[in-house]
Design a protein around this ligand. Sequence first.
Ligand code: 5GP
Ligand code: ZN
Length: 113
Amino acid sequence: MNDCLFCKIVKGEIPSKKVYEDDTVYAFYDIDPQAPVHVLIIPKEHIKSAAKIDSGNSAVAAHCLEVAAVLSEELGLTDGFRIVTNTGDCAGQSVKHLHFHLLGGRDFTWPPG
Ligand code: 5GP
Ligand code: ZN
């Protein structure tokens, strides 16, 4: 999508601190980290949100979670981590391109705010 921030990051039109990349997935550090480790894992293709995951694109969504597992180990999150996907306005999704927050390096409370 032309006006999508994360599509621009995938294309390199907006700089980002890359953590991982393959043919279908890109991962980079969040600009405003909410934990000592805060990485965003995104499909390269534009999917608006988790509400738009379907049989045609679920493989890349699952691959994002595989990447999260690999990165959690590489980034030393041996005690655990949290994966968050805010979906829609009431959940606070500010960028309308599917992304998985990988958060770690501190304790988290439950339920979330
Ligand atoms: P959301 O609020 O949609 O769940 O998450 C969007 C995330 O994108 C936020 O955590 C925000 O800090 C991050 N973000 C917004 N703009 C940029 C940017 O230009 N670069 C990077 N690396 N992260 C961004
Ligand atoms: Zn996009």
